[in-house]
Design a protein around this ligand. Structure first.
Ligand code: ATP
Ligand code: MG
Length: 431
């Protein structure tokens, strides 16, 4: 296949067994979110570029170098494939005045796009599941968002996921901290790398997030934000921690946790694991009380998180998690003019009765068709030759547990099949 026609680098096709794993995972996730009262929101994949610039911040990795932005060739609009979904949720909530009727718990799920260097756990199209709780200002909702993640790790059987927690304080407290950071780094300009020098006046907080080993000592000794937290911010942070302690969810306070997006304040958190190499953060979130106002809306508090589906699935599989293979109840094998015509009705009739059935298409010998039936994983084959067709009967052959094959009247097939499948489950002890 010509190189130019292959999928874009860092963007994956997901199919068959893996896609079924995704679907089972998504359905588990939906049930989990609903059990906390979160309701779905679906927003467009493309948004106006200024939305992300204003929400995420001009001096962030995402806006500076990761966005897929383009000009609409037809009308010149500046558009961007969404790199995350919080900005879109906030836009939608504002545009449709969703908070008029009170606070909202929302969740989304879908592809996000970032132009990063593809590697394990890091892709250019990846998927996030996120929850956003808008209109709530107390520490209770921050704690709820964290506790619900802890429950999901439990449900998935993940053991090695740790919680890191920090408070970024209020906008004013951050401003005071920022001023002292600038002063500190200004006095040590010769030790700053290129990224840090560039961010000194635009986003000094991000310097703390540096991965450059040569700057670790410098950053370690920099003024700490917690020294600038006022009474309200402290009380809020204490409130979150108290609920976590009551629930028995362990955490570590990481004063270096600042998050790569500008909109966060007060509580921020990440769930991290050692099992995924460098891409160890599976879920990240926090409070973003200023974002709605920053985008021109009536001020309202909010908090949320986003988790990376590819990373979570990798972790789930590494911990022995496995999706069930989805197999049909029946594979319908048929040969002969009369049998071919009858087979359609038989397969449709089974589906009407709630069974799943694959109808063999494309002809071939009985032997070849039976091979396909076996490979499909179906519990039974329904075999129709002209002989059966003339008698208004079919042959029912169990494929998995060695049961006897039997001739059955076509109109009794659903009942016999139900007995057989339930009986099989009884033997398993699974019913
Ligand atoms: P990182 O530090 O790994 O780049 P981030 O801070 O940019 O992460 P967020 O914007 O907070 O990530 O996104 C939330 C989650 O989405 C991440 O914790 C991660 O699990 C997932 N994620 C982010 N970027 C990618 C990507 N390029 N590929 C796969 N998953 C990603
Ligand atoms: Mg990133």
């Amino acid at each position: 296949m010509s190189r130019s026609l292959r999928a874009v680098r860092g963007m994956n096709d997901i199919f068959l067994d893996e896609a079924e794993t995704w679907e089972q995972f998504e359905s588990l996730i939906r049930d989990w979110l609903k059990s906390y009262g979160y309701r779905p929101i679906r927003t467009p994949i493309v948004e106006p570029t200024p939305l992300f610039k204003r929400a995420i911040g001009e001096v962030t990795d995402i806006v500076e170098k990761e966005m897929y932005s383009f000009e609409d060739a037809l009308n010149g609009e500046h558009l961007t494939l969404r790199p995350e979904c919080t900005a879109s949720c906030v836009r939608a909530v504002m545009q449709h005045s969703l908070l008029h009727s009170g606070p909202k718990r929302l969740y989304y799920h879908g592809p996000m796009f970032r132009h990063e260097r593809p590697q394990k756990g890091r892709y250019r199209q990846f998927h996030q599941i996120g929850a956003e709780a808008l209109g709530f200002d107390g520490p209770d909702i921050d704690a709820e968002l964290i506790l619900m993640c802890a429950r999901l790790w439990d449900d998935l059987g993940l053991e090695d996921v740790r919680l890191e927690l920090n408070s970024l304080g209020s906008a004013e407290e951050r401003a005071a901290h920022r001023a002292s950071l600038i002063e500190y780094f200004e006095a040590r300009k010769d030790q700053l790398d290129e990224d840090a020098s560039r961010r000194l006046y635009t986003n000094p907080l991000r310097i703390l997030d540096t991965k450059n080993p040569d700057m670790q000592a410098l950053v370690e000794a920099a003024p700490r934000l917690d020294a600038f937290l006022g009474e309200d911010s402290r009380a809020h942070f204490d409130g979150v921690q108290q609920i976590l302690k009551d629930a028995g969810v362990p955490y570590r306070i990481n004063p270096r946790l600042v998050r790569g997006l500008d909109y966060y304040n007060r509580t921020v958190f990440e769930w991290v694991t050692d099992q995924l190499g460098a891409q160890g953060t599976v879920c990240a979130g926090g409070r973003y009380d200023g974002l709605i106002e920053q985008l021109g809306g009536k001020p309202a508090p909010a908090a949320g998180f986003a988790m990376g589906v590819e990373r979570l699935l990798a972790l789930w599989q590494a911990s022995g998690g496995e999706a069930e293979r989805e197999v049909p109840d029946v594979y319908v094998v048929h040969q002969g003019e009369l049998a071919d015509r009858m087979a359609f009705g038989v397969a449709e009739g089974l589906r009407t009765q709630g069974f799943s059935a694959i109808l063999h298409c494309g002809g071939g010998s009985f032997k070849a068709q039976m091979k396909k039936a076996d490979a499909s994983g179906a519990a039974c084959a329904v075999i129709i030759g002209d002989d059966e067709a003339q008698a208004g009967e079919v042959t029912l052959k169990p494929l998995r547990d060695g049961g006897e094959q039997q001739r059955v009247a076509a109109d009794a097939l659903a009942d016999v099949l139900a007995d057989l499948l339930f009986a099989v489950e009884d033997d398993d002890g699974s019913v």
